[in-house]
Design a protein around this ligand. Structure first.
Ligand code: HAM
Length: 423
């Protein structure tokens, strides 16, 4: 047997039904907020990501040379691709641009529950506007998407990376060292950060100021303790608009640094507490990337939702949505009836209902067993005596109740019976 590569998964029909349901609910919300879908390539020139995405992402990238000796990377995220698309083909369009995407991403990480080497994101980028209402619109979209997917227990944290970045970059002159400090803050690994401070003779006073800032978390009441007056005013307006959009229960968290390097201002994360270690189901914030890709400097705000983690969180929270792949399974009672069974299944399908028919030449009782295991709501029995009267029998697979209906109107009768069954 050939195993699938470590950190990848296969998805069966029942799981895909649930994933598509959650995904469709989130797509609908994106459209409701005025975002249009874009699709970008699964692989890009690796430079697109090495320019600014940050060392931790670069270390995890799948990179290879193609036959033309170009260095190619499987995309570790989709934001850089969307901004490349914007710079190359959309920069003359009226702003702001509201774009969303759904796609697979690849990171060579240590696989565990909720952490995969191929995973799926639904993300959105609002390009060309920089103010608190833009950021509020994006956070609000994110929260509405998560709610629409059906998740109830989640926790939104909003911060401002400018505050921590300016503290670290002003005080730590060596930019590589400053980058390492920011990465450790992101991982909340303050022990290792302490060791690094000692090894590089950085001051304990700076260490204390960083850890105090990283622990500045709470409700809007702590906004007054934000030292940076500009960031404070920005966040105050942002929280006010969020409240007016019905997005409350948002925690202010000045310790959010984010693993990607391109953020400049507001940053936010959403956690699903039931997930344990890999509980972050969304990350995002405001950034500029366009000037790096040869365009004019344009501010953007965006986020990406980890669809796999949303699905795990849903599983932890509720019974899985019922998967009934078939409305009807058509069963001929004996061999001469088989050809009529095909006429009947065609009638049902042409009405838009989901129907299947016996292809294994099973006998009636085996067919009924199969219909039950295939999750059909009704069996449509095509029998000799009934067909002589141009009728077929509908059998409700849950109750066993049987009704004789005209064969010419089998689809209409099924529709009626199905709508009676639904709550
Ligand atoms: P990110 O925080 O790297 O941000 O990823 C977003 C989400 O993708 C995470 O919160 C997590 O739920 C999910 N995720 C990341 N890595 C994995 C993995 N190995 N396995 C499963 N899920 C994972 C970004 O990607 C940015 N592009 C977000 C953004 C958009 N910022 C601005 N615009």
């Amino acid at each position: 047997m050939i195993q699938r590569p470590r950190g990848t998964r296969d998805f069966g029909p029942a799981e895909m039904f649930r994933r598509r349901k959650a995904e469709q609910a989130m797509r609908d919300i994106c459209h409701r907020f005025g975002f249009g879908e874009v699709v970008t390539p699964t692989f890009e020139l690796s430079e697109l990501f090495t320019l600014r995405s940050g060392q931790s992402i670069v270390d995890e990238m799948y990179v290879f040379k193609d036959k033309g000796d170009r260095e190619i990377a499987l995309r570790p995220e989709i934001t850089a691709s969307v901004i490349r698309l914007f710079v190359n083909e959309m920069s003359n369009l009226p702003k702001p641009l509201k774009l969303y995407y759904v796609g697979n991403c690849f990171r060579y990480e240590n696989p565990q529950s909720g952490r995969y080497r191929e995973f799926f994101q639904l993300g959105a980028e609002l390009i060309g506007s920089e103010n608190p209402e833009t950021d509020a619109e994006v956070i609000s979209l994110a929260v509405h998407c998560i709610r629409a997917a059906g998740l109830q227990d989640f926790h939104v944290r909003v911060g401002h990376i400018g505050v921590m970045k300016s503290l670290v970059l002003n005080e730590v002159q060596d930019s590589a060292l400053a980058g390492n400090v920011l990465r450790m803050i992101d991982k909340e690994d303050f022990d290792a950060m302490g060791d690094m401070f000692d090894a590089n003779s950085l001051s304990r006073n700076l260490f204390d100021r960083i850890t105090t800032l990283a622990e500045t978390k709470g409700g809007t009441e702590i906004l007054d303790s934000v030292d940076d007056a500009e960031a404070q005013q920005y966040l105050k307006e942002l929280f006010e608009i969020l409240k007016l959009q019905g997005v409350e229960d948002v925690e202010l968290d000045l310790g959010i640094v984010r693993g990607l390097d391109y953020y400049t201002g507001m940053v936010f994360e959403i956690d699903a507490p039931k997930l344990g270690a890999e509980k972050q189901i969304l990350g995002g914030g405001s950034y500029t990337l366009s000037e790096l890709f040869g365009g004019e400097a344009v501010f953007s705000t965006g986020f990406a939702i980890g669809i796999d983690r949303v699905m795990l969180a849903l599983e932890a929270e509720q019974e899985p949505a019922e998967y009934t792949p078939l409305d009807a399974y058509v069963v001929p009672t004996e061999d001469p009836m088989r050809k009529y069974a095909f006429a009947i299944v065609s009638k049902i399908r042409s009405k838009g209902l989901r129907a299947d028919v016996d292809l294994m030449r099973r006998n009636m009782s085996k067919n009924l067993k199969y219909a039950a295991s295939a999750g059909a709501k009704f069996a449509v029995i095509v029998g000799k005596d009934e067909m002589a009267k141009r009728s077929v029998t509908l059998r409700d697979m849950k109750t066993g109740e049987q009704t004789l209906v005209p064969a010419d109107f089998v689809a209409e009768e099924l529709e009626k019976a199905l709508s009676k069954g639904s709550p």
